[in-house]
Ligand binder design. Structure first.
Ligand code: GLN
Length: 428
């Protein structure tokens, strides 16, 4: 059987294909002359499964979609403090090539507009990196996000450089303001090469999924950046990724995204899916017309809006009882995140102080979120402070860190013999 996801993508493709409104970008010769007809959509799931419709193997230049990834690499190489000191994270409300600077600090408003992207580009590789080293590091970094070796379209790069005066002026301004230390010519050359990296919609979907998985590529399993960096990049994409249409996009689509003038759009829905679309005709904001339509449709049909209310939380306490030897057993179930861990802590709080063991069974817990782990460890520490011994039943190794914070914690792979069921035993 063909999975319904393929059929669904084909339907979206057919429904957007007839939309020929919009214009190709006209300020870069290669893009002005590009075939306006191609259209493609691709999805990548957290386990690296890929789906596509249309011309999914066609390569195009990544353009501004490189910006969030260059920002990620700058954060990796220089750290949050140094990057924040150079570039702000506020939506600019202006076109992508405006001189959008914070009036007090003089920092570019965000790394998704050209003036901010030129500044972040110059931060990659650390203070001693040469322009050539930086360029190589960027192609390598983008390739790590895509899970394959990407190449530069030197022709597209040369064609943009013929007329890159505006970007040169922006870089020169940043040099004059002390926000970049390199020669503005080098920065514009490097940045333009960064924008000329060739990708397909498949690549975009994998790059999006790498961010959405917290920095781990779903195909190669390589950790490219830390979860903190991936989160920061998706946050800035949410507020600034779609230029002046960011507010509209957030309310209608609600997927952290970035568009580029060649016609690509990349989406990264945390934990769920990476999406890539390509179609060269752009709307007045510089976003691909068919791409925007496809994203709007997918978000609506599949409930992909990041503010969509998740399925209701199940009761985290599967069972609680006293075992034959007098220990207390609390069996947890479901994903342990803030609301479910709070239920567990409430249950722990009902256990009176004493020297008996508290057995916490995690067999039916499929995963533990960061907040859940913190809260669970705190709860276990409080129980030990009240005299209890703690035993966790954790056959699937869900609790992976922080056990050393709980004095005398013991682990079991299965429930101890003699543990009664809730129906047989009094609770408490
Ligand atoms: N290379 C393009 C530029 O700097 C990228 C802009 C874009 O994709 N919006 O103008």
């Amino acid at each position: 059987m063909q999975t319904p996801v393929t059929t669904y993508l084909d339907d979206i493709y057919e429904c957007c294909l007839d939309n020929r409104s919009g214009e190709r970008a006209d300020y870069i010769r290669e893009l002005a002359e590009a075939d306006p007809e191609p259209f493609a959509i691709a999805l990548c799931t957290p386990d690296g499964t890929q789906y596509s419709a249309g011309d999914a193997l066609r390569e195009f230049t990544i353009q501004s979609i490189s910006k969030p990834f260059a920002y990620a690499l700058a954060l990796r190489d220089r750290g949050f403090e140094a990057v924040n000191a150079a570039v702000d994270v506020e939506p600019s409300g202006d076109a992508f090539n405006e001189i959008s600077l914070d009036e007090h600090t003089g920092r570019p408003e965000n790394p998704m507009i050209n003036i901010g992207a030129l500044t972040t580009h110059a931060l990659i590789g650390g203070p001693d990196a040469s322009a050539a080293q930086r360029s190589a590091l960027i192609v390598e970094g983008l390739s790590q996000f895509a899970g394959r070796e990407l190449t530069v379209d030197e022709g597209a790069c040369a064609s943009e450089l013929e007329d890159a005066w505006r970007n040169l002026a922006l870089a020169a301004l940043m040099r004059a303001a002390g926000k970049i230390e390199d020669d503005p010519d080098d920065v514009v050359l490097g940045y333009t090469r960064q924008c000329a990296v060739r990708v397909t919609v498949h690549d975009l979907s994998v790059m999006g999924m790498t961010l959405a998985r917290g920095g781990v590529n779903p195909l190669t399993q390589e950790r490219v950046v830390s979860p903190e960096i991936a989160q920061q990049v998706m946050a800035v994409m949410t507020s600034c990724g779609m230029y002046d249409a960011a507010g509209d996009w957030l309310s209608h689509v609600g997927i952290p995204a970035k568009s580029g003038v060649s016609g690509g759009i990349l989406g990264a829905l945390p934990g769920q899916v990476g999406i890539g679309t390509f179609s060269p005709r752009l709307d007045a904001f510089g976003n691909s017309v068919r791409g925007v339509q496809a994203f709007e449709q997918m978000s609506k049909d599949m409930g992909m809006h990041m503010m969509a209310i998740p399925a209701p939380t199940i009761n985290a306490i599967g069972q609680h009882c006293r075992t034959a030897d007098g220990s207390k057993l609390v069996a947890l179930q479901g994903v342990l995140d803030f609301p479910t861990a709070e239920m567990a802590l409430r249950r722990f709080a009902q256990i009176p102080p004493g020297s008996d063991d508290v057995i916490i069974d995690l067999t039916l817990v499929p995963s533990i979120a960061q907040a859940g782990a913190k809260m669970l460890l705190t709860g276990m520490r409080s129980l030990t402070a009240e005299g209890h011994g703690i035993v966790i039943v954790d056959p699937h190794q869900r609790l992976t860190a922080g056990e050393d914070q709980v004095t005398g914690l013991r682990r079991l792979d299965s429930r101890p013999r003699g543990a009664l069921t809730a129906a047989e035993a009094p609770t408490g």
